[in-house]
Design a protein around this ligand. Structure first.
Ligand SMILES: Cc1cc2nc3c(=O)[nH]c(=O)nc-3n(C[C@H](O)[C@H](O)[C@H](O)COP(=O)(O)OP(=O)(O)OC[C@H]3O[C@@H](n4cnc5c(N)ncnc54)[C@H](O)[C@@H]3O)c2cc1C
Length: 318
């Protein structure tokens, strides 16, 4: 699909190379892309918007395509679902009428000739004609029989720390909280302990929920220097997205040549809700064309005829 769309080459070179290729000067890359200086506060801390650091926790050494997605996400005109994006997943689950097994991890997937057997942490066993893996396989421990082979991929961990409280202006070399912008980004500098701090929700003048992104966990001592008051702190360590490294090497979308599919192979191009939705739709189309065509070719019994009818309905829905 990436080749068809003319995007594949962008995964083979770094964002930096791509920007140099379009004749952007290194200084311009530094100033406009990695650091859009809005205001210099002190010699150590800049109030900057550092796009690739904020969106992927990484520098301009990410691939050109992930970089382009990152830059696209930095402008205006972004969409979000009123009341929270979780509603999109909830709505899709509702209209697809699936049985959802929450808090039940899959521990093993075995191909038993005609079907897959999935065994879960709750001791349940599920038989499936088709299996779709829709989580990155890099850090999960799912036992595949027979084993599957995918290229090694490192995930970039982003620590999201949510703090309800108030920032300490002195930490930023400022006198009042009002002087601190809604988004504080930082430069690629190992001495700076966070990638960004932004306002998530303003409850009242002195009561704000902030979102802090960092590559390392934020210790209490560090948070106590950045915030003058903390009412509540929630920390989440996300295996967030691939650690992008051009040229990207993709895992296959079909893991075993049969009907074991892997949506997250696409994340080597870019990891976003939208691209994951496109990858999921493509896997659904692949299943429709491969599984139901196979069923059509190999049998003409009434059970399979009904599957083909289902496929036609599904295809229309897609
Ligand atoms: C901090 C952060 C900020 C982001 N910001 C944005 C943004 O602003 N815009 C945007 O578009 N994207 C953003 N992303 C990226 C976006 O969240 C991902 O691209 C997207 O969630 C990928 O969707 P997915 O369904 O492939 O995987 P996930 O959303 O990771 O879902 C995988 C699911 O599989 C489940 N699972 C894992 N292992 C098993 C198992 N063994 N058995 C059963 N279930 C299992 C997990 O619990 C999880 O529910 C952000 C990501 C992070 C971490």
């Amino acid at each position: 699909m990436l080749k068809w769309a003319g995007l594949y080459d962008l995964t083979a070179r770094t964002l930096q190379d791509e920007l140099i290729h379009i004749k952007m000067s290194p200084l311009m890359i530094e100033e406009l892309v990695t650091a859009d200086y809005r205001e210099v506060v002190t010699s150590d801390y800049y109030v900057v918007k550092v796009i690739t650091r904020i969106n992927y926790g990484q520098s301009v050494s990410i691939s050109g395509l992930a970089g382009a997605v990152s830059l696209a996400g930095s402008g205006g005109g972004l969409w979000a679902i009123e009341g929270g994006n979780y509603q999109m997943a909830a709505g899709l689950i509702k209209i697809s009428n699936v049985s959802l097994h929450i808090n039940e991890g899959i521990e093993s997937i075995s191909y038993l000739g005609e079907y897959y057997e999935l065994n879960s942490t709750k001791g349940n066993s599920h038989s499936c004609d088709v299996t779709v893996v829709a989580t990155p396989l890099d850090e999960v421990n799912i036992q595949f029989t027979p084993s599957v082979s995918i290229p090694a991929r490192k995930l970039q961990h982003t620590h999201a720390t949510f703090v309800r409280g108030i920032l300490n202006p002195a930490y930023f070399g400022l006198r009042t909280v009002a002087e601190i912008p809604e988004l504080v980004g930082t430069l690629e500098d190992p001495d700076i302990p966070f990638s960004s701090i932004s306002v998530l929700m303003q409850h009242d003048e002195n009561d704000v929920t902030y979102k802090v992104f960092s590559r390392e966990p934020m210790t209490d001592a560090l948070l106590d220097s950045i915030f003058s008051a903390r009412l509540q702190t929630v920390r989440i360590n996300w295996g967030a997205y691939p650690h992008y490294k051009a040229p990207e090497i993709f895992a296959p979308f079909i893991l075993d040549g049969q009907h074991l599919y892997y949506v997250n192979a696409f994340e080597n191009a870019a990891s976003t809700m939208e691209t994951s939705a496109v990858a999921a739709e493509n896997v659904a189309r692949l299943i429709l064309s491969r599984y139901f065509r196979e069923a059509h070719l190999h049998s003409s019994n009434s059970k399979l005829k009904s599957k083909i009818t289902d496929a036609d309905t599904l295809r229309t829905n897609l």
